[in-house]
Structures are given as C-alpha cells and as structure tokens.
Design a protein around this ligand. Structure first.
Ligand code: 5AD
Ligand code: SF4
Length: 504
C-alpha cells in the first residue's frame, strides 16, 4: 500500500484547448505541492493523469486508445493509478469509471479535489467519481469559491505556466550539446508551457449553446472571475518574470463583471493589466462575433502598445442558413462588416478564424458561401474542422449527420487550400521586414533555414500578431524579446535572421 505521496511519480498527458492546458498546469502545480514529482515516462509513474477534451470525437478516441494501452501496462503494474480528468470525465462519468484501466474520473469543476482523490485511490485502492450532476444549472457559490481559491493559489507561479524549467535551465548551461539533442531534451512534461508567458482565466464555461458544441454541457454556465483577483494574479506573475499574459475564456470578449456599481468589461481588464510593470504583451482568446464591447476592446488595442493586434474570431460557416442552424447569432455579411470595423480601428490587426465543414444540411452552395467568406475575411490562418456529432448537443439530437465523410474530407481540403493561398500572400508581405518576437524556445521541426549563425540552434518565436518566426539564435534568448529580419516565408511560418543590437 502506498501512502507516502512524497515518493510518488506523476506522468501527465493533456489534450485539447488552451483552457485545458491551463487546467493541466494548475493540477500539476497542486500535485507537486502535495508531494508528487513529474516523470516523462509512464513506465516510471505511480500515477498517470490524463486531461481530456470532448469537443470532437477524435480527441476522445485518442484517450480511449491510450486507456487500452494503460490497461496492458497495469497487468504488470497493478498499483498504477490512472486518473481521467476534464471534459470527457464530466461527459462520461461512471461509464468511464467502468473502464478497467481507470481509477479516478474527475470533471473540470472538481479539479481542486484531485490531490485528495489520488490519496484516496492510492491508500484505499478505491475507484473514485467526482463530477457535477446538474452542470447546466448555475454553479453554486461554494463551487465557484473553491475553483477561485484553486486558481489564485496555483495560477500565480511562473512555474505553473512553465514546467520545463528544470530541464530548460539545465540546457541553458550546456552549450556543448548538439542541436538535435537540445531539441529532444526539451521534453514535454507538464503542459508544455513557454517561459515568460502565462495564461490567466478570465471566465469559465459558456452560455451560448451553439448547436454542435459540447462545451456548455461539460464546463457549465458562464462565470466571470472578479477583476481584482485577475489583476492581482497578473501582478504576481509579472513579479515572477512573466512578460506575456493571455486572458482565456470561451467567449472572452463578453467578459462582464459588476462591482461597486461599475461594469468591468474585457477592455477594462486589458487596460488595467497593461498598467502592470513587467507585462509587455497582452492577448485574449477566444472571441465570439458580437457587437457588445467590441469597439471598446478594439480601441484599447489601438491605443495600448501592450495589447497585441490579434483577434481570434471564429465564423464557423459562411452560409446564413447553416449559421442559423448552428445557433450563431449573426449573418455572414454582418460578420464581414465586423472584420472591416476591426481593421479600420486597428490597422494591421491579424485575424484568425475557425470553421466547421460538413455541418448537417450543408449543401455545396452553403460550402461555397464559406469559401467566399474565408476568401474575403483574409485570415492570417484558420482552424478548420470536420463536423463531429457530440452526444447530447441540439445538433446531434435534432439533425442527421447528412454529409458523408468523403465530402467532409473534400471540403476541408478545399478550404485549407484557399486559406493557404491567403496565408501565403499575407506572409509574403513580411519579406525584408524586421519583426519583434517573443522567443518560445527551440523550434520543434528542423527547418531548412541557413540564414544566421549556424553555431546556434533553431529557435521559434511569435510576433505580437501571432506569426510564427523561425531563426537561428542562442538558446538563452528563450523567454526574451528579439528582433528578426524576415528573409523567407511560407504560409504559416516566417524565417529570418536575428538582428543583433549592433545591427539596429
Ligand atoms: N465538431 C467539429 N468542430 C467543432 N468545434 C466545436 N464543436 C465541434 C464539433 N462538434 C470547433 C469549432 C470551435 C473549435 C474550438 O472547435 O470550430 O470554434
Ligand atoms: Fe461552444 Fe459556441 Fe460556447 Fe464556443 S461559443 S464554447 S462554440 S457553445
């Protein structure tokens, strides 16, 4: 029987969006506090924790196949505890607990209990279920309070937002390692966060009920965090060396909080965060196309050099008929007007989109309307998904998944081709320009880019407008700002040469 948590090793796997990555980081921080230490290898682990996503079926299938693999490992390692947390845990509850490999099922609202649940599973060898029964109802005050305390306790360390710190610093000092080793060595344990960058939740849940989407059913109704706690958290992160903060919410632009007779919106949060010393760049994702607060947010973006000129504004479809069936509250023409307004108020703003192809009833004409919208929108990049029916959603209950898989495949490929063309054109505009990037670390892929010091590894950074920039430079630049001259472009990546201070 294992009861000494201080000797236990934890292996973590995380799927899904930024929101999930943030949850993973908070859970890791809490479990390290409880005495666990991280391992990158499942074979060495006493506990395997999987943070899951339910947005598309594919993400769930990957978890199921991983659980199959863990079931085999458990034959020789019966004491191994497997905890499934997050959206899939909430969606499947006790059905998931029936899986032979699973010891703990813990929904997103119960993550503050995770250390206690693990202790229980380790000591008593019991299966534990912790999910919210009626998640569509308003979350209770005590539940919100518990989540808030968890968030403020574990969301303030830069290490929460960057778990590679030990590995990272080890290599900062080891200049003798060849580049491919350096790349391999930045093992992704934890949530794979980036130094000097942090994610801060502005709001939880969603009230929108787009007919295809599982999020309101697994994360519950919208709850905005108090602005003073968000600002306090950002101040603490800044004091730990965090330079970039990304505010998170499913519809973060609708952030609203009443306090002492004043309504705080996202623009107010950005304004207050921009005043914090040490914070240099502020971002926010994801936005819902809506007029409310839109101008205020754009004006703050235009006025503050700290608020990055970037907007992630999913359209989902260009067909008004499909938008109605999706319960999105806008038309394609209105959406394009919104983009125009954004570009007028913030010249040079980069906009990214999301699309779903093959939604029930999507005809060739509907799809062509999406192609048209995407072409006109001139997105920097788009995330394009095939419709995946999610059990319990309105679309799944009321509409038949009519578009055959091969048609969905054809449409996704066609849309990606159009986007690639637009992205290629926009990227080419950077040729010869100098850009400022926040360096994230070693580039994951070795690109053929010989511009600049061959004795340095290939690094990757992002511009304020979210362009990915690859260049050679010293590893010690990780987490720092750098200037890069763009010498080559591809649709999704800019390549360049580091500009040394004396070049300026
Ligand atoms: N099928 C396919 N894509 C989906 N998304 C959300 N739900 C589904 C679904 N059921 C996409 C939307 C959303 C992104 C996070 O995932 O485009 O913006
Ligand atoms: Fe899902 Fe729509 Fe809410 Fe986004 S806005 S999380 S797509 S329900």
């Amino acid at each position: 029987m294992k009861s000494e948590i201080s000797n236990l090793k934890l292996s973590v796997k995380s799927y899904g969006c930024q929101m999930n990555k943030l949850d993973t980081a908070l859970v890791i921080s809490a479990l390290q506090d409880a005495g666990f230490s991280l391992t990158a290898s499942v074979k060495d682990a006493d506990v395997v924790l999987i943070n899951t996503c339910s947005v598309r079926e594919h993400a769930e299938q990957r978890v199921i196949s991983q659980l199959g693999h863990l079931k085999h490992i458990k034959i020789n390692k019966p004491d191994l505890v497997v905890a499934v947390i997050g959206c899939m845990a909430q969606r499947l509850g006790d059905k998931l607990l029936e899986h032979e490999a699973v010891n703990i099922v813990c929904g997103p609202t119960q993550i503050p209990q995770i250390a206690g649940l693990l202790k229980q599973a380790l000591e008593k060898n019991e299966k534990c279920l912790a999910v919210t029964e009626k998640i569509l109802l308003k979350t209770s005050e005590s539940q919100n309070q518990t989540l808030e305390t968890f968030e403020s306790t574990y969301g303030i360390e830069s290490s929460t937002n960057f778990h590679n710190s030990t590995i990272h610093s080890q290599y900062q000092h080891d200049k003798s390692l060849p580049h491919h080793k350096l790349r391999q060595s930045s093992v992704k344990i934890g949530a794979g966060q980036i130094p000097s960058q942090a994610f801060v939740r502005a709001m939880r849940g969603c009230n929108n009920f787009c007919t295809y989407c599982i999020v309101p059913y697994v994360r519950g109704p919208e709850v905005c965090r108090p602005p003073d706690l968000i600002i306090e958290q950002i101040k603490k992160l800044a004091s730990e060396g965090i330079k970039q903060v990304t505010l998170l919410g499913q519809t973060v632009n609708s952030y609203k909080y009443e306090k002492n007779g004043r309504t705080w919106c996202l623009a107010d949060l950005l304004d207050a965060a921009a005043a914090i010393e040490g914070i240099e760049w502020l971002r926010f994702v994801t936005s819902y196309p809506s007029e409310e607060f839109f101008d205020d947010i754009l004006h703050v973006m235009a006025a503050s050099p700290k608020v990055c000129n970037y907007l992630h504004l999913p359209a989902q479809s260009g067909s008004d008929k499909i938008l109605r069936a999706m319960n999105r509250h806008y038309s394609a023409a209105w959406y394009l007007e919104l983009l125009e307004k954004a570009r007028t108020i913030v010249p040079g703003i980069a906009i990214a989109g999301d699309f779903i192809v093959g939604f029930p009833g999507e005809t060739e004409d509907d799809f062509q309307a999406t192609v048209e919208l995407l072409t006109k929108a001139r997105y920097k990049n788009s995330f394009i998904f095939k419709y995946s029916p999610r059990p319990g959603t309105t679309a799944d209950k009321r509409l038949k998944d009519t578009v055959p898989p091969e048609v969905k495949q054809k449409r996704i490929a066609a849309l990606l081709t159009v986007q690639e063309k637009v992205s290629g054109q926009l990227s080419r505009d950077f040729l010869g320009n100098q850009v400022k990037v926040l360096v994230e670390g070693l580039s994951k892929k070795a690109h053929i880019n010989t511009a600049g010091g061959k004795n340095n590894p290939q690094l990757v950074g992002r511009t304020a407008t979210d362009y990915i920039v690859v260049f050679n430079g010293p590893y010690s630049l990780t987490g720092q700002f750098a200037n890069v001259k763009i010498t080559k472009t591809s649709p999704l990546t800019l390549f360049g040469r580091l500009i040394k201070d004396f070049d300026l």
